[in-house]
Design a binder for this molecule. Sequence first.
Ligand code: CA
Length: 238
Amino acid sequence: MSEKILIVEDEPALQETLAYNLQKQGYEVETAGDGYAALEAARARTPDLILLDLMLPGLDGFEVCKVLRKEMNVPVLMLTARDDEIDRVVGLEVGADDYLTKPFSMRELIARVKAQLRRTRVIREEMEKLKAVESAAAHEVLTFGDLSINLTRREVSRGGEVIPLKPQEYDLLVFFAEHRGQMLSREFILERVWGWEYIGDSRTVDVHVRWLRQKIETDPAHPQRIVTVRGGGYRFEG
Ligand code: CA
């Protein structure tokens, strides 16, 4: 799909030259000859980039740019006739993304247009990637009966109610959940959840298992989820 460029220029000859050259580059082109028409076209056609002349009848380029900034996220390449306007053009006041001072060559213009569109494309792709990652992460929930572990939010809930867990309790529970049905020795749990420096202090595991059971078992005295394996360690049944 070709990208759409809105050309806002009141000089008919220049508008035509710009349109011709950009079309030749494969872009879809819209034109407007004054500020009001520019806003109308921008709203109706949602261009990928706007070439905006500064001196326009009706609303000038500054005004148009200010309105656009509030309404949409489109790159604006400003065309100015005077060097002394550049500060205002690129400043926060207006927020154009780039500018060209007249007279400019078509080659220069096209290079700037391409650069802006490339930038937009990269940003858009990154946003999409981020969105995909977020929505995948949002589904990272482990469920065991009425117990669910939201890995994204590091949140554990039971029957829809959030159970406050200390970070180590949470890590231990996730470790159990990821090794569901396996017999896990205290030493192995210690090493993987707490790190090698804790090796030898296997009581730490027992204490945390006790705390976890208080929070996630229906009857902590007769645990169904984290069961003790005789002579070994623990097994998570889910
Ligand atoms: Ca003009």
